[in-house]
Design a binder for this molecule. Structure first.
Ligand SMILES: Nc1ncnc2c1ncn2[C@@H]1O[C@H](COP(=O)(O)OP(=O)(O)OP(=O)(O)O)[C@@H](O)[C@H]1O
Ligand SMILES: [Mg+2]
Length: 200
């Protein structure tokens, strides 16, 4: 379980989360929605341990994430950020190989296939379209073995067929793991989630 306990977090005078609590259980796919600037990406970064709450705490399977080393955080959660900038001209396969073999999911091959990356493996990431890069970014997060997957707008910039394939993949992964997905209702994907958390 991801247990977000009475978290308050501000950036300067801007209070982004105020005494916010929520839980994400193993085996569920939860939609995190809310308007631009509501704090969705901030919450993902807090759960990921990149930011630390001003008060309250976030535990993943009983571990206070902000107290863990990066290596231990990585075993608990894997994150696909809203924007991942690929600026080095590695190929797709080289990029995916940055995830050490022993840390890779047993589904790695399936993930690469379902995200439509097989034909792109030898292409340079810097020469892919934005939607294709988005799929590489998602694959990078999903092939890392972890207990929870935090996906920040994985459907953005993806065509309808890719969105459906992504949904099917998340649906399989959530049988064993927990998944938190940031998305806007306009993506027409919200009915598919087990539950929705709305930030305002
Ligand atoms: N690096 C930063 N420095 C200062 N303020 C920031 C930073 N990143 C975000 N903010 C502010 O924090 C608030 C929440 O931003 P956040 O990115 O979490 O929103 P979001 O819900 O993910 O929005 P979107 O739907 O546009 O992705 C916004 O008011 C934003 O201006
Ligand atoms: Mg965001």
């Amino acid at each position: 379980m991801i247990d977000i306990k009475r978290v308050t977090f501000s950036r300067g005078a801007n209070v982004i989360l105020d005494d916010f609590s929520a839980q994400i259980l193993n085996g569920e796919a939860v939609l995190l929605s809310g308007s631009n600037g509501a704090g969705k990406s901030t919450l993902i970064q807090l759960i990921g341990g990149f930011l630390t709450p001003d008060s309250g705490s976030i535990e993943i399977i009983g571990n206070d994430i902000s107290q863990l080393k990066a290596k231990d955080q990585a075993q608990l959660r894997s994150i696909a950020p809203q924007r991942r900038i690929f600026d080095l001209a590695f190929t797709v396969v080289q990029t995916l190989n940055f995830v050490p073999k022993k840390r890779r999911s047993l589904r790695t091959h399936q993930i690469i296939e379902e995200l439509g990356l097989v034909d792109l493996l030898d292409k340079k990431v810097t020469e892919l379209s934005i939607g294709q890069q988005q799929r590489v970014s998602l694959a990078l997060a999903l092939i890392q073995e972890a207990d929870f997957y935090l996906l920040d707008e994985p459907f953005a910039g993806q065509d309808a067929a890719s969105q459906v394939r992504t949904i099917n993949l998340i649906n399989e992964i959530k049988n064993e793991k927990g998944v938190l997905v940031v998305s806007h209702n306009s993506d027409n994907t919200h009915s598919w989630f087990d539950r929705e958390i709305v930030l305002n």
